[in-house]
Design a protein around this ligand. Structure first.
Ligand code: ZN
Length: 244
């Protein structure tokens, strides 16, 4: 088996066996607790730095097996989470908070772990313990990505989730149901997107002619996404609204 990454914390062949089983995510509950659930509760950069490398490695490991179709996913649940999809009237802007070189597959694995696993690990849900599904596919492969579009700093973009699917992107179900998520694949915490990326976003936004364009942070106050330069008098949100 060819891996793009080297593994130092995890033994890939062990996980190959685990991921092939329908209930694989129950067997990685410990890794999930340490690297996802607990990590997300840490409050300081120092604490996060201690397990960041291990966490990144685990996400890469899962992403490589997802890419190779070696993770057991139920593919027969197309649209099961999309009953409440509404007419699109809102665009929600995000940044990925990661360098643009990070592959989409990594974001896919990250969203699977961050968004879907907490649901499937919830014993009160009817799908608890059953084979994992998102009901979404992209290029004929199951996908867990929450964003409809990703835009790279050079201005090119990819539609990563079809419009008909609800993206689990902003932490607010009502907004998720009626929005399209456009994500700048960049770390914009303290900088603006490139001009090329802004232009692409404007073109995409015009296609939908939304009633509202909101940054993730305008919906969920606990996130800085899409960065600290988005709002305000000179914020780059203005560039997206400007029709010229
Ligand atoms: Zn966001």
């Amino acid at each position: 088996m060819q891996f793009k990454n080297q593994y130092k914390y995890f033994n890939p062949s062990l996980y190959e066996e685990i991921f092939a089983k329908p209930s694989w995510y129950l067997q990685i509950a410990a890794e999930f607790e340490e690297l996802i659930a607990n990590y997300n509760k840490l409050t300081t950069e120092e604490e996060r730095d201690l397990i960041k490398e291990k966490r990144t490695e685990f996400i890469f490991l899962l992403s490589e097996y997802l890419e190779q179709d070696k993770v057991f996913i139920n593919r027969n649940c197309e649209g099961y989470f999309d009953d409440e999809r509404k007419e699109i009237d809102t665009i929600v802007i995000h940044h990925s908070s990661r360098p643009a070189e990070i592959p989409i597959e990594f974001m896919n694995a990250l969203h699977l772990l961050n968004l879907y696993l907490p649901k499937f690990l919830n014993q009160t849900k009817h799908y608890f313990g059953k084979a994992l599904y998102s009901g979404h596919s992209h290029n004929d492969k199951p996908t867990f990505i929450a964003y409809h579009y990703m835009i790279w700093p050079d201005g090119h973009f990819e539609q990563t989730l079809e419009d008909k699917y609800i993206g689990w992107h902003c932490g607010n179900w009502d907004y998720n149901c009626r929005s399209i998520a456009i994500t700048f694949h960049d770390d914009l915490e303290e900088k603006e997107p490139t001009e090329q990326a802004i232009n692409t976003a404007k073109e995409l936004i015009q296609k939908y002619n939304p009633k509202e364009i909101l940054g993730h942070r305008e919906i969920l106050s606990t996130t800085v996404c899409p960065g600290n330069k988005f709002l305000g008098e000179n914020g780059w949100k203005r560039k997206l609204i400007n029709k010229e």
